[in-house]
Design a binder for this molecule. Structure first.
Ligand code: CP
Ligand code: NVA
Length: 304
């Protein structure tokens, strides 16, 4: 396993499968009361420059269940919010903590943190990728369908951080992925460059086409954090890119629906489809806990 989890683009198939298999084990252990305090006495510093419910709570409780401790650090309260450089903050935190989890804007910020901190750094969402989310999603798809290999995922909506990571994770794990975005909202060019190598990748502007025979349908908000000013324009631009009952008719009979949450009902997904598929959506949210515990254990158990 590498030192950090900064983006799925850095991982091999073997590394992803190792995380998923440990995540399954973590879930089993928690359900059956089997002790798994693999990070006894270790500390995770969690820096948030954006809001969070799932990421914060799953990392914090996950760390507690592993026998460690997690500190919630809002960037507004850290000196970083007053201009202290990353290279100093990273070196200071590395003297106290055993790992850093960071949610921020630019991917270069987490990459810089990892350069300066000699402890593992985990990306808890940037504008470019959301790797922890997609590890939980892969775990969920595998739970429902028993495998990943050969399945088809359809992503409908904005070519954002979640879409970027989903493309990478799906292709590495042997799935087909068809992405439908409005023109101008395509995934990041580095992701498209990566995806070019796979004939199992398709990028279209038609949600119905993307959804054909899908085993899992995924969507996310049309305006991500930091893009609130564009929300009204996006509602118009994403007209027709909704996951609804009509779209679901194109998919395989046992298809599941995934949403990283938070969801905007009647925008990217109807309340009807959301509630019909609430079990997979909330299993997905739960699996953040197990997948991230696996990531932390693999990255941090050897430190200090
Ligand atoms: N899906 C996700 O990352 O949720 P939060 O923004 O609540 O952490
Ligand atoms: N794309 C969304 C994901 C939130 C978990 C955002 O970046 O706001």
């Amino acid at each position: 396993m590498k030192k950090n989890l900064l983006k799925l683009l850095d991982l091999t198939k073997e590394e992803i499968l190792e995380i998923l298999s440990l995540a399954d084990q973590m879930k089993y252990n928690l359900r059956h009361g089997i002790a798994h305090r693999e990070l006894e006495g270790k500390t995770l510093a969690m820096i948030f420059e954006k809001a969070s419910t799932r990421t914060r709570v799953s990392f914090e409780t996950g760390m507690y269940q592993l026998g460690g401790y997690a500190l919630f650090l809002s960037s507004a309260d850290l000196q970083i919010g007053r201009g202290e450089p990353i290279q100093d903050t990273a070196r200071v935190l590395a003297r106290y903590a055993d790992g850093i989890m960071m949610r921020t804007f630019g991917q270069s910020i987490v990459e810089d943190f990892a350069k300066w901190a000699d402890i593992p750094v985990i990306n808890g969402l940037t504008d470019f990728e959301h790797p922890c989310q997609i590890l939980a999603d892969l775990m969920t798809i595998r739970e429902y369908h028993g495998t990943l290999e050969g399945l088809k995922v359809a992503y409908i909506g904005d070519g954002n951080n979640v879409c970027n990571s989903l493309i990478v994770g799906s292709l590495i794990c042997g799935m087909k992925i068809s992405v439908a975005t409005p023109k101008g909202y395509e995934p990041h060019k580095d992701i498209l460059e990566f995806a070019k190598k796979y004939d199992t990748f398709e990028l279209v502007n038609c949600p119905t086409q993307a959804a054909q025979k899908a085993d899992a349908v995924y969507t996310d908000v049309w305006a991500s954090m930091g893009m609130e000013d564009e929300a009204n324009k996006r509602i118009k631009d994403f007209d027709g890119f909704q996951v609804n009952a009509e779209l679901m008719k194109q998919t395989n009979a046992n298809s599941i629906v995934l949403h990283c949450l938070p969801a905007h009902r009647e925008e990217e997904i109807t309340a009807e489809v959301f509630e019909q598929h609430a079990s997979s959506i909330f299993d997905e949210a739960e699996n953040r806990l197990h997948a991230q515990k696996a990531v932390m254990a693999l990255l941090m158990r050897g430190e200090k």
